[in-house]
Design a protein around this ligand. Structure first.
Ligand code: PBG
Length: 320
């Protein structure tokens, strides 16, 4: 036998030297939930270790993430009052915009403050857009709301707008609105290939959304790989500065496709249900938690993600 691949696996030093994938704290992005009216953070039961932040606890978590070298945070707002059009999303005093101003002041230049641009946290029906008279999600009317939301977020200081609503034309619409409002330098992250996934389950608790129906008329079907690539190309054409594949672990093939065809950075989102699965199995002693966390994020980077949104961002950055 001449070829013995095990030669390169003999010692930890050798394995480190030949490692093909290295995860760096700067490519981790921490999603955070900020709830209106809180004085103390509230735990999210389906995501042990993750909380709904008060403004103060958000500031502390951002300063910790920055010290650990985490690349960015992605903010989600949980408003006290929700309505049919998601008014809180465009209100300069809405929780997400208030939190963004506080986050930017806290972060300085240490990390990139990003915001979720979608209506579902703000609507009483829980959909990512507004509804028409027959109760269907109205694509073009939703774009009008996204345009205003984008400008409100840019005015609040958001440094990257994460368009997660999956409306057709959303990147082009928000790009145009930003450019018309003198925010030509504000970049857009298009959630290009976002699948209708059971793995968003715990997120609903995190943002207290009681979704009426499902999102299958705007998010992709799990089995559609080519369509994921199509959405990536479309978002790039519309001016997305970064594209996203979401969820991550069940969609590594889509991620690899996106990495192969995209001229802009490709990110992936390890979503709430992926987090919850690792936590639940680890709590039962069925898997080694730390190893599972590191392996999951390494695999997402190996498949082609330039950066990963993960609830483990700060913890991983500490351990790397
Ligand atoms: C929509 C949005 C969702 C998530 C992020 N943005 C939920 C959905 O589309 O149903 C899920 C994130 C997660 O599960 O961690 N604004």
């Amino acid at each position: 036998m001449i070829i013995r691949p095990r030669r390169l696996r003999v010692t930890p030093a050798m394995r480190r030297l030949v490692a093909e994938t290295r995860v760096h704290p700067s490519q981790l992005i921490l999603p955070m939930f900020v709830r209106e009216g809180l004085t103390e953070p509230i735990p999210i039961s389906s995501m042990p270790g993750v909380v709904q932040h008060s403004l103060d606890s958000m500031r502390r978590a951002i300063s910790e993430a920055a010290e650990l070298g985490v690349g960015g945070v992605m903010l989600f707002g949980v408003p006290e009052h929700k309505d049919a059009v998601g008014s809180g999303a465009t209100d300069p005093n809405g929780i997400l915009n208030v939190a963004t101003r506080a986050a930017v002041a806290e972060a300085g230049d240490a990390l990139v403050v990003q915001t979720d641009l979608c209506l579902d946290e703000f609507t009483d029906h829980g959909h990512c857009g507004v509804l028409d008279a027959r109760g269907r999600v109205d694509n073009d009317a939703s774009l009008v709301r996204y345009r205003d939301m984008g400008v409100a977020q840019a005015e609040a200081g958001s440094q990257l707008l994460g368009l997660s609503g999956m409306m057709d034309g959303q990147v082009a619409a928000v790009r145009d609105a930003l450019d018309s409002a003198d925010f030509a330098q504000t970049p857009i992250l298009g959630y290009a290939a976002k699948y209708a996934s059971a793995f968003y389950g715990p997120f609903r608790e995190a943002v207290q959304s009681t979704l009426q129906g499902d999102r299958r008329s705007y998010q992709l079907d799990a089995g559609n790989r080519r369509e994921g690539a199509r959405e990536v190309l479309l978002d790039v054409e519309e001016g997305a500065d970064v594209v996203m594949v979401k969820p991550a672990m069940s969609y590594l093939d889509v991620l690899a496709d996106a990495a192969a065809i995209s001229p802009v950075p490709v990110w992936a989102y390890q979503v709430s249900g992926e987090y919850a699965m690792i936590e639940a199995a680890a709590a039962n002693g069925w898997i080694d938690r730390e190893r599972a966390v590191a392996e999951s994020v390494t695999s997402i980077v190996r498949a082609g993600a330039d950066a990963v949104l993960t609830y483990y961002a700060s913890e991983l950055a500490r351990n790397l």
